[in-house]
Design a binder for this molecule. Sequence first.
Ligand code: NAD
Length: 467
Amino acid sequence: MADLPPFTDTPMDKIPELHERVVRKFHTHTTRPLPYRLKQLRQLYWALKDEEPALTEACKLDLGKSAYETYLTEVGWVLNDILFMCKNLERFAKDEKAEDMDLTNSFMRPTIRKDPLGAVLIIGAYNFPMQLTLGPLVGALAAGCTAVIKPSENAPNAARIMQHIIQQSLDPDAYQVVQGGIPETTALLERKWDKIFYTGNGRVGTIIAKKAAETLTPVTLELGGKNPAIVTRNADPRLAARRLLWAKLVNVGQVCVSQNYIIVDRAILPAFLKQLEAAFAEFQPRGAQGNDDYGKIVNERQWQRLKDMLDSTSGKVLFGGKTDSETLFFEPTVVQVDDKDDPLLADESFGPLIPILPVDGVDEAIHTANAVDATPLGLYPFGSKAETDKILGQTRSGGASVNDGFFHASIPTLSFGGVGGSGQGSYRGKASFDTFSHRRSITTTPGWIEGMLSVRYPPYTKEKLKK
Ligand code: NAD
């Protein structure tokens, strides 16, 4: 990493030029043939492989991530997505025939062709800087789009290495990186794109959607939410405690899909808390501080936001609570809260806060989850099959993992996305290809069929009506 230039914002006057370059390239149509797309994907794959040590170092610097987590959730994740895409691209890109055609229509060969949307803008978030920036890029490459990539400025080392990798491995006329924060992103949004793919918070998601609406630009918005976990009286308290604690330790809780709070049936609360304590002792036997497996909060602003949140709760801290502003350490902290209006539930914490809200029964759990956030990004019910079915049947969410914390999000072939306030559109697996493609319906009318078609031409005589 040391030999890379430091993180610097892209000069504002270069932004229109970079945009025009990728737009121009798209209109050469040279990004459309599959061999071109596969070449870009393969080159990106090998560049990521070559730069794995630097990528690991960048994640350590930006987020204190362990090498193990970086491989699982960043480098290995994107490599796997590329392999999957290379293996399946031909199948995804193939024309599709219309379903259930009658004989006459079948003569026109109704077909759906998969066209690239065009020149796209991808705006990444800091928490999984590679996964959330290069993951969408894999879809754009596969679909034959050109792109400008705007990594999060809040993970500047990851942004530097990603720029280096893209510059080294991809066609520079088709794929460019813009570095920077609000001014640079605002300048990018002034340009006309064929799609904007944004990952981040809902407030900025609204800014993006409004700006895109001015030019009817389609958007995919990957946003956050107040995700509930629900532990019913019939859940296995040990499994629920271990799995939900893991889901909050990953990336120090800076995970869009991790549970924001846990609704626990009072009947099982003591057993659940006991198991949570045991899981803490097992996963972090010497505590969280100084533990190489446990990272840090990304920056002082986010650390302070979390600290203010913790200070504002009227709940009771059961475990954790230690913080250190110097090292941006934030201990996983379990807080028992009394009601759904507690500040810890009112906002997405996006950190290692684990509020626990006791309820009486599944109906109250469902009612509470729907009242806190009717359309969260994830939902995690633990209990009997009948209970978890009932919970799924009476709630909505972008995705859900039954008897686990965010497992659904780790399946590379399962499309991932939000609903309502947690986002729109989806990606991963085939969905990554689809999100950057236009399904273009085409018919081809043969000349010999003119006799049959003459029935459609005016004048609409009585004889024609009889037919
Ligand atoms: P962030 O600070 O990295 O910002 C995300 C992007 O928005 C950055 O590239 C940033 O430059 C840009 N941005 C910031 N302000 C802007 C503005 N005014 N105009 C235009 N662009 C602007 O990340 P964040 O938003 O703090 O991320 C945390 C949020 O993102 C949480 O709500 C989390 O749940 C959500 N998230 C969602 C997903 C998902 O896949 N659904 C993944 C990660 C994070």
